[in-house]
Write a protein of this length. Structure first.
Lengths: 453, 319
């Protein structure tokens, strides 16, 4: 066995010569160890750079500025260590050993980063330790290798792991966003938070008077009601227009330049950024119809401009999936086109249409930039349903933005304001997710019922 | 009239129906008034549908026309005397958008490839709906997370070098990348999946591995679709307001490639000035800037439309 082949075997083993799970995990662990080492290296580099610029050596190798960052780092260490020690699992072929190593390494690293700043030497040592662990694991497994692995299989496996890591990062980041909002927001949410309103005045003033952001002072009740009203009125505009456009495009429009032009404009409208709709609604209704600058109807119309193209697209898609047999059968019974559209096509496409409407409602509910400028940001009084064009109404996204702007310089108050903002986000995202999941459920259930065999 | 085995197009049946109606009207079996009423009903209905279909065009023209009407003094001024203060804003807008989409593509494209080519049925069934669900995370929530979670992290990483408070272009990149990630993944995956399976079979039949097939056969074939996904993500990143407004630091920008500086983009410039009521007297620079933003995004959308047509063409060529 010559040198080159030996090396190749090592590499193939490193990057999972077969697709067995243990090997994949071992490889991930090795990658994690290398990644940890590289990130340590970068941090040390930063330290050196800071030294060369400022002339003073900062304490610790990691440029921590607050406890939060150190916590973040310790969490990162923990995950990295867990991954590494899962290598132990695969190498020693024992769950318990791997888990034990994971816990001990992880806890040690957490303790180090909690109780002090990691020194440069220590950080280098940790990185080296990681690599050493991986290497030892590798050697331990090495004797099991018997067959030579072709280079392209190695390549394939490397690629597969890279793709998988990218996928994990993508999905992980999205779920982390949701998890962070739920964890940070849940502590402030209570029944009174959901139902009560916020007293008038600036947040800073309230915080000063009431001694901080105590529980029960702020509430999103009116904001939820206002948001639901705006979105409801928006849907009242969108549904007829969207349904009509989609039916026309799918069933009536001649397949020529005309329908292409309509499609193009629908796409163009879908691309209009929300701020454009915001500044449009901010003055258009005021100058043209002498409505209030911010009103229920104005906000709803601008939101409708935003959701309309989406609605058209989803509905048209749903109508186009109705099988031609249905139409043929209907016509064969002597039905006219209008009768067929009303009784057959709309009926069969109803799950898709309903899904589109619900998704549009969810998108409108979460939209902030349009609503702040056109529907308003009064965040204390109850919305007045009888004043369609006269008065500013509270909405949930605008409420969250108000809290965000209300943060003060005092550290304690700022942290409390963050809690309130996260609580508002919690409510917003919970309603948004509820609507979206309901839409997907509707689609699945109804389409199962109506499935053509 | 037709036997059950005949292949009859729907149009033929409809024509026959219309002829039957005409006949029945002549013979008086349906009742002349009723038939007339039905036909007028159909006409009116079709006209209403046409009206609602045209409404999208009307709205687009209304928006562009109103922005032009409000913003033309500023735009003419810019055209005559140079764009001046707006150029740094345009630069930052493109810089922020392109950077964010680059990050999103670097993570999202491999994810899409994995989901379309390498993953199993179960993973895909779990991932696709959750991606769809998460693609609409409200931007104000992303702003809260960006300002309260990501910005402190950025500050603790880079504060030692530049003294940044965390509200900077880099944070905006990260926030925008997370927001456009599901978008890139889902459209790119659709584009990859649209490549016919026979291509893959042919390639693998020649002995190529799965990755070789993906890299040399599937990816080139799906190129225009992937480009469309990236461009669409770029268009939506350029126009994103809320999240960027909350994390970018809101300072008059300079033309600089340093991502640790506070800055502003066109959309946040508009939002900030309207929100703070700083320019109640003359709104036309805001509308002019909005018009320019709309033109930038419109150009990207037209490019996507052209790409989509080419893809359609390619599909028809290959059958």
């Amino acid at each position: 066995m010559d040198e080159e082949e030996d090396w190749r075997k090592l590499v193939s083993l490193m990057y999972f010569k077969s697709l067995e799970r243990e090997n994949v995990i071992a490889g991930l662990a090795v990658l994690a160890g290398a990644g940890l080492f590289v990130s340590y290296g970068i941090l040390v580099l930063f330290k050196v750079m800071t030294y060369s610029v400022t002339g003073a050596l900062p304490l610790g190798a990691l440029p921590f500025t607050d406890t939060f960052a150190s916590l973040l780092w310790s969490l990162f260490f923990f995950f990295a260590a867990t991954m590494l020690s899962l290598a132990g699992y695969s190498l020693m072929e024992s769950h318990y050993a791997g888990i034990a190593i994971a816990s001990i390494t992880g806890l040690c690293l957490v303790a180090i980063s909690m109780f002090g700043q990691i020194d440069m030497v220590l950080s280098l040592a940790t990185g080296a330790l990681c690599l050493f662990g991986a290497f030892v694991g590798l050697l331990a497994k090495r004797k099991h290798v018997t067959a030579r692995t072709p280079g392209r299989v190695v390549e394939e496996n490397i690629v597969k792991v890279c793709l998988r890591v990218a996928g994990l990062i993508a999905i992980g980041s999205l779920f982390t966003v949701i998890a962070v909002v739920f964890i940070r927001g849940a502590s402030y949410v209570s029944w009174s938070f959901l139902t009560s309103g916020t007293p008038p005045g600036q947040f800073q003033a309230i915080a000063a008077i009431l001694g901080g952001y105590e529980q029960g002072v702020f509430g999103v009740g009116p904001a939820i009601a206002g948001s639901l009203m705006v979105c409801g009125v928006c849907e009242l505009t969108t549904i007829p227009l969207g349904l009509g456009s989609a039916i026309y495009l799918a069933e009536y429009a001649p397949q020529n330049v005309f329908s292409k032009v309509i499609h193009f404009f629908v796409e163009l409208l879908a691309g209009v950024p929300s701020i454009i709709l915001g500044i449009f609604g901010y003055t258009f209704f005021f100058f043209s119809f002498h409505w209030a600058r911010q009103s229920l109807l104005g906000g709803a119309l601008c939101l409708a401009f935003m959701t309309l193209p989406w609605n058209i697209r989803v509905t048209e898609e749903a109508i186009k999936t109705v099988p031609d047999d249905y139409k043929a059968a209907s016509y064969a019974l002597g039905a006219t086109k209008l009768q067929t559209v009303r009784r057959i096509i709309l009926e069969a496409a109803s799950p898709g249409i309903l899904t589109g409407i619900l998704l549009g409602f969810g998108a409108a509910f979460g939209e902030a930039a349009v609503v702040i400028f056109t529907a308003g940001n009064a965040f204390y009084n109850l919305p007045n349903p009888f004043s369609l064009t006269g008065s500013t109404i509270p909405t949930l996204p605008a409420w969250i933005y108000q809290v965000f702007r209300g943060e003060t310089t005092s550290q304690l108050v700022r942290l409390k304001a963050q809690d309130v903002a996260f609580a508002g986000s919690f409510v917003l995202i919970a309603i948004f997710l509820g609507i979206t999941v309901a839409a997907l459920l509707v689609r699945n259930r109804l389409s199962k019922r109506l499935r053509v065999t | 009239m037709y036997s059950i085995d005949d292949h009859v197009s729907i149009e033929t049946i409809l024509k026959t129906n219309n002829r039957l109606y005409a006949n029945s009207r002549k013979q008086g079996s349906l009742g002349e008034k009723k038939a007339l009423k039905r036909r007028t009903g159909e006409r009116i209905f079709e006209f209403l549908l046409l009206l609602s279909a045209v409404s999208s065009i009307a709205i687009v023209f209304l928006l562009i026309g109103y922005l032009g009407f409000q913003g033309y003094p500023a735009v003419i001024d810019w055209l005559l005397h140079g764009f001046g203060f707006l150029i740094p804003y345009m630069f930052t807008t493109v810089y922020v958008g392109v950077g964010a989409v680059a990050i999103a593509t670097a993570i999202g494209l491999p994810t899409a490839i994995y989901l379309a080519e390498f993953s199993g049925f179960r993973i895909r069934n779990l991932t696709k709906p959750s991606m769809e669900t998460l693609s609409g995370i409200p931007s104000v929530v992303m702003g809260v997370i960006g300002a309260f979670i990501i910005a402190p992290a950025v500050a603790s990483f880079f504060g030692g070098i530049s003294g940044t408070s965390g509200l900077c272009v880099l944070t905006a990149w990260i926030v925008l990348a997370i927001m456009s990630l599901p978008f890139v993944v889902s459209i790119a995956e659709d584009a990859l999946r649209a490549v016919p399976n026979s291509y893959r079979e042919a390639s693998q039949g020649l002995g190529a591995t799965k990755w070789q097939t993906t890299f040399h056969v599937v990816l080139p074939e799906a190129r225009s679709g992937i480009l469309a996904a990236i461009l669409l993500a770029l268009a939506s990143a350029l126009g994103e307001t809320m999240a960027v407004w909350m994390v970018i630091g809101n300072t008059i920008p300079t033309i600089s490639l340093n991502p640790l500086l506070r800055a502003d983009v066109i959309s946040t410039f508009i939002a900030r000035y309207i929100y703070n009521q700083e320019s109640v007297g003359d709104l036309s620079p805001l509308y002019g800037a909005g018009l320019i933003l709309l033109i930038m995004i419109g150009v990207i959308n037209i490019a996507v439309a052209m790409l989509a047509r080419r893809r359609l063409y390619a599909v028809t060529i290959h059958g």
